[in-house]
Design a protein around this ligand. Structure first.
Ligand code: AMP
Ligand code: MG
Length: 465
């Protein structure tokens, strides 16, 4: 059974890593959506004590301090509109219970500390969908209606999103601890991260290097999953990268419709820094910032420390490439993968890009042996198909990794706008349900949930804070 505690273990760390906050008044807010799947999975009873914690009606609330490289530039940040409500213990794992949109904190800078209903609904829908697709992620617990107006371009309804994650320690949290220039604080933070996330490495003789290796591996796994599903996070600043390897912060994220690796959806990412194809590269860049923040703890000799970290960082590309091709080989039913399969995968992707086909639906059609609706020319298709069939693709494996349905950007936008602006929840609730079982080939799914955006103009997403 999941048990909630108001006193979070993070409060045992040095005080400069967080700011305590006043008792909150979330009690007065109505729950707009409660994620029954999370309540069930974590077996939370929602008794009076639990509600007190979830409502922030206690004295152990805090905002985490962190920094981050945003679009390449180092900035001091912190939870400017979020706070920790408590800790959830479930099956020997501790989870943060965190709320976003809860009002000003000492880290709010010029922001108001609030969140719009639109942004909370997007995170709720997308993060639960990613979870159901098998991607490590924070999970949405509830959306609250604050009955407050939040001023953005236009006045909007305010909301709070409560989410659960293995830990909200970001690469930027480590950068912050390093910037304090007090080695003991940095060390306590990393010891805590190990205890919390990677207890299995506790006896390693190069403890902090082992931690770095773990983060490299988890991030390589995470980005390989994103790439294989065509997911674009959109704002991979180091403050949005977790040491746990879970996806966090669903602002301008989107899924590819057409397979074009250069695509960026975020309105503010003008140079395509966080485009689909750059996600592995930028994750490695982000990890280099983590390495730089950890250097003093790796080895007393700085140049040794740098060498060791560089070797570990070099593993990222190797691991990422391995995981990525393993996923892609499965998408084509090629298990066990052979070295030559990589060329076949690349060939198909080239064909897909040249013909501007839908990424998800192409793999779905291949899985269903529905070749007729693929728009490839007979010649190019035959060339690929002959080689592929020789490898005897396993369709049962393909079904496990090629989703029948993914969140389509235009539908997600329509659903959250209707729910936030018109008080019409119908599509939102339908999508929550449709995205629940994305690999189920026996379920009847209305084709309109599978179709890409009929509007061929490039889809643009907004951070929507
Ligand atoms: P994000 O873009 O949501 O990852 O946020 C980046 C930083 O800006 C974090 O430190 C947030 O806490 C802060 N932030 C974003 N929106 C607001 C807001 N409305 N009020 C205060 N801080 C904010
Ligand atoms: Mg963030």
């Amino acid at each position: 059974m999941g048990k909630l505690y108001s006193k979070h273990s993070y409060l045992e760390l040095p005080h400069s890593l967080y700011a305590r906050l006043e008792k909150s008044q979330t009690t007065q807010y109505a729950i707009r959506y409660l994620n029954d799947a999370v309540v069930n999975d974590f077996n939370i009873l929602l008794q009076e004590d639990d509600m007190m914690i979830i409502n922030g009606n206690h004295d152990d609330l805090f905002a985490m301090a962190y920094a981050g490289h945003q679009y390449g530039h180092f900035t001091m940040l912190g939870d400017g509109r979020a706070m920790m409500l408590g800790e959830l213990h479930h099956q020997n794992q501790r989870y943060d219970v965190h709320v976003k949109g809860s009002g000003p904190t000492p880290f709010s800078r010029r922001g108001d500390g609030y969140a719009t209903m639109l942004s909370s609904l997007k995170e709720y829908l997308m993060s639960e969908a990613l979870y159901q697709l098998g991607v490590p992620t924070t999970r949405p617990f509830a959306v609250l209606d604050t009955n407050q107006t939040v001023y953005r371009d236009i006045p909007q309804d305010g909301s709070m999103l409560i989410r659960i994650g293995k830990s909200h320690i970001r690469v930027g949290t480590v950068e912050y601890a390093r910037a304090l220039q007090e080695p003991t604080i940095l060390q306590s933070l990393l010891d805590y991260a190990i205890d919390r996330l990677y207890p299995e490495i506790k006896n390693s003789n190069k403890l902090y290097l082992a931690l770095f290796d773990q983060v490299v591996k988890r991030q390589a796994e995470l980005v390989a999953k994103w790439q294989s599903l065509g997911f674009v996070h959109g704002v991979l600043n180091t403050d949005n990268v977790l040491l746990s390897g879970e996806t966090i912060d669903y602002g301008p994220c989107a899924f590819l419709d057409e397979y074009d690796p250069s695509l960026t959806f975020s309105s503010i990412d003008r140079n395509g820094r966080y485009s689909y194809q750059k996600q592995p590269y930028i994750t490695s860049w982000n990890l280099s910032k983590l390495a730089a923040a950890m250097v003093t703890l790796i080895d007393p000799d700085e140049s040794n420390a740098i060498d060791l970290l560089n070797q570990s960082l070099a593993e990222f590309e190797m691991l990422y490439t391995q995981y990525y091709y393993e996923h892609m080989a499965k998408k084509l039913g090629l298990v066990p993968m052979q070295e030559s399969d990589k060329k076949l995968i690349d060939e198909l992707l080239e064909l897909m890009q040249r013909n501007k086909v839908d990424y998800t639906n192409t793999f779905y059609q291949l899985t269903c042996n529905d070749y007729d609706s693929l728009p490839f020319s007979m010649v190019e298709w035959t060339l690929f198909h002959d080689k592929w069939i020789k490898r005897e693709p396993k369709h049962d494996i393909m079904k496990q990794v090629n989703p029948v349905v993914i969140p389509r950007n235009h539908l997600v936008l329509q659903a959250i706008e209707q729910a936030a602006f018109d008080d019409n929840d119908e599509l939102f609730r339908t999508l929550i349900d449709v995205y629940k079982d994305p690999y189920n080939y026996d379920r009847d799914v209305n084709p309109k949930f599978q179709e890409p955006n009929p509007n061929k103009e490039r889809f643009v997403t907004y951070c929507g804070t």
